[in-house]
Design a protein around this ligand. Structure first.
Ligand SMILES: Nc1ncnc2c1ncn2[C@@H]1O[C@H](COP(=O)(O)OP(=O)(O)O)[C@@H](O)[C@H]1O
Ligand SMILES: [Mg+2]
Length: 251
């Protein structure tokens, strides 16, 4: 069964077409990375999968159901590309993670034992159990990102959709995130993940999709890092596109 299936999808903004003809899928239990240059349309692809931007052509199915009829959003956890730094909201880590339970319990019902257990589990999974009562604003950028991942995990989703979850995140947070994702996958979860550098995530990835020029340029094994980037601490991945200038993937 496919948890995500995009068939001949086209997406744009205004008179600009970003994705012309994209077909791809994520099977149940699979971890798929979406790679591509900045501006190639990776975020646009995951937002289209989630119905946050409309398709101009083609179709999306979620868990085998056409997206416009899909209602089981609690089956999907989503972490968008970046957390607005210093939003000024004095929420604690546990409150933010608890928001991940809203789709499960409904806004008007107070959190119960199952909600508290799910929040505690998610905080443990990302290594932030000891920060539960702290304001999010006191965390590092990487810890804030881990808080958002814990929020997605707290909903006990079957599919996680993550847009550059480790971009600009310190090494400790990358490792903590990789461990949390490994646990999620080990329990049968599926993942669609936009990434620029895979780093410690690399062993978890089953398949890579490379978005290039409005289409899928590659769908298969993770492309090998280009030679001059191949050092362990700089694990960029590049598509095999001979016309693509070196360094194009650098932020
Ligand atoms: N809301 C928007 N309105 C107009 N253009 C957008 C919007 N979001 C993204 N774009 C444009 O669409 C293209 C693809 O963006 P995006 O999907 O964010 O790329 P990526 O995630 O691969 O960096 C970029 O040229 C970007 O400027
Ligand atoms: Mg993006």
């Amino acid at each position: 069964m496919n948890v995500v299936r995009v068939t001949h999808g086209a997406v744009g903004y205004g008179d600009r077409t970003v994705l012309r003809d994209v077909s791809c899928a994520v099977a149940a239990g699979e971890v798929v990375a979406v790679l591509g240059a900045n501006g190639s349309g990776k975020s646009t692809l995951v937002r289209a999968v989630l119905g946050l931007v409309p398709l101009r052509a083609g179709s999306v199915e979620l868990f085998g159901v056409p997206q416009r009829r899909f209602r089981q959003w609690a089956r999907i956890g989503y972490v968008p590309q970046r957390l607005g730094a210093g939003s000024g909201v004095p929420a604690t880590v546990a409150e933010v993670v608890g928001a991940g339970r809203l789709a499960r319990r409904g806004i008007l019902r107070p959190p119960g034992a199952a909600d508290r257990a799910a929040v505690a589990d998610a905080l443990r999974a990302v290594g932030l159990a000891d920060r539960a009562g702290d304001p999010v604003s006191t965390l590092s950028g990487g810890q804030q990102q881990r808080t958002l991942i814990a929020r997605a995990l707290a909903g006990r989703p079957e599919l996680l959709i993550l847009d550059e979850p480790t971009a600009g995140v310190d090494a400790a947070s990358q490792e903590a995130f990789a461990a949390a994702l490994g646990g999620f996958v080990g329990r049968g979860g599926s993942v669609l993940l936009v990434a620029h550098e895979l780093g410690p995530l690399r062993p978890l990835i089953d398949r890579a999709i490379v978005v290039h020029d409005g289409e899928i340029a590659h769908d298969g094994p993770v492309p090998e890092p280009a030679g001059h980037h191949a050092a362990d601490d700089h694990d960029h991945v590049h598509p095999h596109c001979p016309d693509e200038p070196a360094g194009m993937w650098s932020a």
